[in-house]
Design a protein around this ligand. Sequence first.
Ligand SMILES: Nc1ncnc2c1ncn2[C@@H]1O[C@H](COP(=O)(O)OP(=O)(O)O)[C@@H](O)[C@H]1O
Ligand SMILES: [Mg+2]
Length: 146
Amino acid sequence: MKDGYYSIEQVFRIKAWDFASAGEASSQIKKILKQLGIDPALTRRVTIAAYEAEMNLIIHSVGGEMRLKVTPQSIIVTAEDRGPGIPDIALAMQEGYSTAPEIARELGFGAGMGLPNIKRCADRLNIQSSVGKGTLLEMYFDIKAG
Ligand SMILES: Nc1ncnc2c1ncn2[C@@H]1O[C@H](COP(=O)(O)OP(=O)(O)O)[C@@H](O)[C@H]1O
Ligand SMILES: [Mg+2]
């Protein structure tokens, strides 16, 4: 990472069903990490996870926000929405499980691989969800020294 750099935090608002802006937050995240000189392989993992989380906010939630936090040791991406929540997180984590509506499937979404992909990409994943209230996804990525 570049010298003199300490830590940054950036917030992105994500609107439900806004396919026109889909992928903008994760593109911005990729750009910021590139500018910070983060290792390309790590940047790629973060961008994939951020993209899947962003699409889930667009397709499955009423909207919310994503946050990127970068410190010298770690990259943390969070996705928080205001509902409808996930009734069964273990089920939602299964490969191929999807409740995506037909219109999203027609656009090529709804393979049910988003959450499993996020789990694979992140060094640590924390999901909290409450039906009727919302979902919080916290994705942690370690920055290795050197
Ligand atoms: N932010 C969210 N709010 C509510 N439900 C969600 C959210 N993210 C994921 N889910 C649920 O988890 C399921 C699996 O998500 P995912 O693995 O990304 O597959 P997909 O998005 O292709 O359906 C979704 O179909 C949905 O039922
Ligand atoms: Mg998804």
